[in-house]
Structures are given as C-alpha cells and as structure tokens.
Design a protein around this ligand. Structure first.
Ligand SMILES: [Zn+2]
Ligand SMILES: [Zn+2]
Length: 81
C-alpha cells in the first residue's frame, strides 16, 4: 500500500469524500466512489446487476465492490499513515 490510494477522492467525479457520503469501495484496489456517482455511471452504462457483482472501474475485477461510509475510510487511512 502506498500514497497512490484513491481513498481521498471519488474515482468518477474527482471530488473529495464528505463525512456523510455513502461510498463504494473496491476491496482489491482500494478506490472509492461516491454512491451517487456510481449509480449515475451505472445508469449511463445500462448496468442493472446487483452491486457486489459489478466490475470495479479501476481494476476491472468482479465481486470486489462494497458499500462503506466515511468513518471506515478514515480508519483505513490511519492504517496507511
Ligand atoms: Zn463522485
Ligand atoms: Zn478495483
């Protein structure tokens, strides 16, 4: 793990994560995406599968996405410091 982790900003809109945002995180590559950004992206791509089966936008692996909240991200960050 290194500072190239994407957990500070959304992989889609590149805005910062806010404490109240629901986030989607990839368990494999650790990118984070706003739940609302991800939903928009799914709509654009006409994807209707249930969330855990989605491919990660970054590492393209299946079954690696999970919904988390900002407090989890903070915990993660503190581990990498
Ligand atoms: Zn976003
Ligand atoms: Zn990934």
């Amino acid at each position: 793990m290194n500072e190239n982790l994407y957990i500070n900003e959304c992989f889609i809109c590149f805005n910062e994560m806010n404490p109240n945002d629901k986030l989607i995180m990839c368990k494999k590559c650790s990118i984070c995406i706003h739940n609302k950004c991800y939903k928009l992206w799914l709509k654009k791509n006409n994807i209707v599968k249930p969330l855990p089966q989605h491919k990660c936008l970054h590492c393209q692996q299946n079954h690696c996405l999970k919904i988390i909240n900002q407090s989890c991200v903070d915990k993660l960050k503190s581990c990498f410091r």
